[in-house]
Design a binder for this molecule. Structure first.
Ligand code: SF4
Ligand code: SF4
Ligand code: SF4
Length: 263
């Protein structure tokens, strides 16, 4: 009999949107002859967090001291660890103000509210354990899950997308929000894969899939256009931080945007 691949879905601090996306995929039923879902609290209360798995999918950012221990335990028990969604990959929107103190943020949001767990600043999973693969987005696209799971199941390794949202936007023939409306669309520097969903609805991309690799031409093109539209470095940085606050090259990238562009 075929040996089933053991899969676990784990959640840290999150909105559960990535798991919901997965749970709504009928295609997952086709997996069942080949895979055993060992842990998934959202759909199965009797899940086992301590069981060994072949593939661990982790959603959410590490936002409590307890979650640091949890991700380490998941890593010990898993052959492949996949960070799922912007929270797990980049720290999520909850990292937006990461340069402020936890106390200040806590007071702003919860006042004098107390909790039983020990909160900490939200961080990507990769800050604590080795991550083998990332599924981007907030939430990721269904096809991202299918591609990753399908590829792992045939014993191979999924590729990362290395071109920006603009490529998909142009292929779809959407009007360019940046050029025509002057809005700060982050499509030129954001990893593609969503079929330019937001520009398709007339809304500027806010970069939920994270920045593509540094040092590509699209940064310079964006620089020129952002400057022409009157954006300052600070405004660009603030916008990019929404989903990229933990990107160690963020400031460097934004600096680069302004290099070589005439005043
Ligand atoms: S990445 Fe987005 S959809 Fe997924 S858990 Fe975080 S906030 Fe929710
Ligand atoms: S800047 Fe935005 S709207 Fe313009 S092509 Fe790129 S993704 Fe589309
Ligand atoms: S267009 Fe930008 S913000 Fe919208 S889904 Fe795609 S990557 Fe995310």
């Amino acid at each position: 009999m075929e040996k089933k691949v053991r899969i676990g879905f784990y959640a840290l601090t999150s909105c559960y949107g990535c798991q919901l996306q997965l749970a709504m995929m009928d295609e997952l039923l086709q997996l069942l002859p080949h895979a055993e879902i060992v842990c998934w609290f959202m759909v199965e209360r009797d899940s086992y967090e301590d069981e060994p798995v072949d593939i661990a999918f982790i959603e959410g950012s590490v936002s409590t001291e307890e979650e640091i221990e949890l991700v380490k335990k998941i890593r010990e028990n898993a052959k492949i660890v996949v960070a799922v969604g912007s929270c797990a990959v980049h720290g999520g929107v909850q990292s937006w103000e990461k340069d402020k103190s936890l106390e200040e943020l806590w007071k702003t949001v919860y006042g004098d509210g107390k909790v039983k767990f020990e909160p900490k600043m939200a961080e990507p999973v990769e800050n604590y354990i080795k991550v083998d693969y990332r599924i981007y987005g907030c939430p990721p696209e269904k096809k991202d899950f299918l591609y990753a799971i399908g590829t792992f199941l045939v014993g191979s390794w999924p590729e990362d997308i290395d071109y920006p949202v603009c490529v998909e936007c142009r292929l779809k023939g959407h009007p360019c929000i940046l050029i025509e409306k002057g809005e700060p669309c982050l499509g030129p520097i954001t990893r593609a894969g969503c079929d330019a969903r937001c520009p398709g609805f007339g809304v500027a991309c806010i970069g939920c899939r994270g920045a593509i690799g540094y040092d590509v031409a699209w940064f310079d093109s964006l620089a020129k256009t952002f400057k022409e539209k009157g954006l300052t470095k600070e405004e660009i940085l603030e916008r990019m931080k929404m989903f990229n606050a933990h990107n160690p090259k963020l400031e460097e990238m934004v600096e680069k945007i302004f290099q070589g562009v005439e005043e």
